[in-house]
Write a protein of this length. Structure first.
Length: 441
């Protein structure tokens, strides 16, 4: 049987349910196995991410037109219905009849032919009512935001406390927007104008980032790794917020740098570029297979100042004590700031996050021992929760009087900071991110 965009999308969603796989890795693997054309690969990707971004809302609609509760349906009928409903409601270029018929075919191909009538009936009801679908109750702000933008109630409650109902809704809405691919120009190999021209000639829609220097925003990229500019190491795929970690750290040529949670290496690469590849960067991670990716990335980018070391960020290495001008701690975190890139994060159980602050505090406490007097300790995460961010650095500074926050400046709209800053997708157009710069006095 020849694979289609829809059948591959179903396989990816099933893999995520079965093995708790990440969408980007599962997509890449399944698209490669099924040998999809670029057009089908693009549709498959849109289907998978669209279903993930709207899963709770899709289930809300399906429950209105299905006699069985959605979560009681036989596997994988629920995902087949979600795929069909998503196409009907959100994808204008796909005829409703095609969305229904292809979903019925998926049910038969999955060995659920006896349920094809149910799939047909439910999706046809959605077609008939697509302009008058039921709406979540707006009188309950948490329930309304949760269902409308498919974010779990526990997260929405936290966001409402942090941002108010209006801010929480704006954050969740931004998470469901299609985020452009952001890349950092490698100044050791090209210039921003030259790379812009090269990418546009290759058919990629590219523009300078609205406010992050040295970065471009790309759309319609297809397979980025197939571009000559990528293979030649002329750019690094990295969000603007992650790029600004390096700007806040301000590494200088000749510095000794230790990146204690480095893989896949983006911040180490960015630091090496900022240093003109002059100095020494120890890129550390617990897993050797991840360090292999760092070495491959450094080689592609032409960076020779990076060395990889297998090391646990919580375990003290005496030979590094007070040896570094800069120590980067990009701590393992809940990832709630990058939901727009990894929509499945929103469905992780909150229990999975409870132990993270203990790990983060232990890594930061150990990493501080590597900073020389007068040196810089830079803590960052890709989350927006205070207990993983300012509460960690507040507690650290209370226990380490020889460290203090150090102001840093970023481009507008941020400007001068008091030593720490949290980015929000709906406010700054970049991933949710926290940066704190500290100095050893």
């Amino acid at each position: 049987m020849t694979a289609t965009a829809r059948s591959t999308a179903l396989q990816v969603l099933c893999a995520m349910n079965r093995a708790d796989a990440w969408a980007d890795a599962a997509l890449k693997a399944q698209i490669t196995r099924d040998r999809l054309s670029p057009q089908d690969a693009a549709l498959c990707t849109r289907l998978v991410y669209g279903v993930l971004q709207n899963r709770m809302l899709l289930d809300f609609w399906l429950s209105a037109y299905c006699t069985q509760k959605p979560d009681h349906l036989q596997f994988p009928l629920l995902d087949i219905l979600r795929l069909g409903a998503y196409q009907i409601v959100f994808l204008d270029k796909i005829p409703d009849s095609a969305a229904v018929n292809e979903s019925v075919n998926l049910a038969r191909q999955a060995g659920r032919g006896q349920a094809s009538g149910l799939v047909n009936a439910v999706l046809r009801k959605i077609v008939r009512n697509k302009n008058d679908l039921p709406k979540p109750d707006s009188r309950d702000a948490v329930q309304y935001i949760s269902l409308t933008y498919s974010h779990p109630k526990w997260l929405v409650r936290r966001l409402v406390k942090l941002l108010g109902a209006e801010g929480a809704e704006a954050f969740c809405k931004a998470n469901n927007d299609v985020a452009p691919v952001t890349v950092q120009v490698n100044p050791l190999k090209t210039t921003q104008p030259a790379l812009l021209e090269e990418l546009r000639e290759a058919g990629v829609a590219a523009d300078s980032h609205p406010w992050v220097p040295g970065c471009l925003e790309l759309t319609g990229t297809g397979n980025l790794t197939a571009l000559p500019a990528f293979r030649e190491g002329k750019f690094l795929v990295q969000d603007g917020a992650a790029r600004l970690v390096t700007q806040a750290a301000a590494p200088q040529p000749g510095w000794q740098v230790i990146d204690v949670c480095s893989a896949p290496g983006g911040k180490a690469f960015s630091a090496a570029m900022a240093m003109g590849d002059r100095g020494n960067i120890l890129s550390c991670d617990l897993h050797e297979n991840k360090l292999k990716r760092v070495r491959e990335g450094a080689e592609r980018l032409g960076l020779r100042s990076i060395q990889t070391v297998a090391a646990d960020g919580r375990t003290f290495r005496p030979e590094w004590e007070r040896a570094a001008d800069l120590v980067l701690v990009d701590a393992p975190c809940s990832g709630l700031g990058i939901i727009r890139k990894k929509p499945e994060i929103r469905y992780k159980r909150p229990d999975n996050f409870f132990g993270l602050p203990v790990v983060q505090a232990a890594i930061l406490d150990n990493a501080a021992r590597y900073v020389k007097p007068g040196g810089t300790l830079l803590y960052s995460t890709c989350t927006i929760l205070p207990e993983e961010n300012e509460q960690i650095t507040d507690a650290f500074l209370a226990e380490h009087p020889d460290f203090s926050r150090e102001n840093f400046a970023l481009p507008q709209p941020v400007g001068e900071t008091d030593g720490q800053f949290t980015f929000w997708p709906h406010l700054h157009g970049v991933d949710g991110f926290y940066i704190c710069r500290m100095k050893r006095n």
